[in-house]
Structure formats: structure tokens, C-alpha cells
Design a protein around this ligand. Structure first.
Ligand SMILES: [Zn+2]
Length: 89
């Protein structure tokens, strides 16, 4: 089963110097020189503006998801669900 030319085993080792003194053995991210711990992946928004931007984008995605008319799973508010059975009652 060949899925992609960047299979994990074909990717180079990260090689970043670790706190233990050795070289990082984790495979590098596709197209990058380092692994996800050593700069290969984004670590997310840091500024207030950036955090607000991703929050708004996520709200928009959820809104679009909720408005799918043929969605199978129906998500109701937690307070509308049957109360949980309490042990020993
Ligand atoms: Zn690494």
C-alpha cells in the first residue's frame, strides 16, 4: 500500500541536538528538515490578533457544519440530554 512519497520511513531524521546531548531521532516533517518538536510544525497563534483570527475561523467552520441539512449526528445542548444515572441512587 503506497500512499505517498513522503512515508515516514523515507523521511530523514530530525537530527536536532537534544537536551540529553544526542541527536534527535524523530523523523522530520514532510518537506522540512526538522521534526514536529524541533520546528517542523506550527505551534499555533501567539498574538491576541492571531488567536482571535483562528477562533473566528473555527466558529465559522462549526457554523457551516451545523447548517448541513443532511447531517446524521444531531448535537443537542448538554442540558437537553437525559440526566446521568448516579451510582448508588
Ligand atoms: Zn527533532
Amino acid at each position: 500500500m503506497m500512499r505517498s512519497p513522503t512515508r515516514r520511513k523515507d523521511r530523514p531524521r530530525c537530527g536536532a541536538k537534544t537536551r540529553a546531548g544526542g541527536a534527535c531521532l524523530v523523523r522530520a516533517e514532510p518537506g522540512k528538515a526538522r521534526c514536529r518538536f524541533h520546528g517542523g510544525l506550527s505551534t499555533g497563534p501567539k498574538t491576541e490578533a492571531g488567536r482571535a483570527r483562528i477562533a473566528e475561523a473555527q466558529r465559522e467552520r462549526w457554523r457551516a457544519y451545523r447548517e448541513q441539512p443532511d447531517r446524521q449526528r444531531v448535537s443537542r445542548p448538554i442540558h437537553a440530554r437525559a440526566p446521568a444515572r448516579v451510582m448508588g441512587s
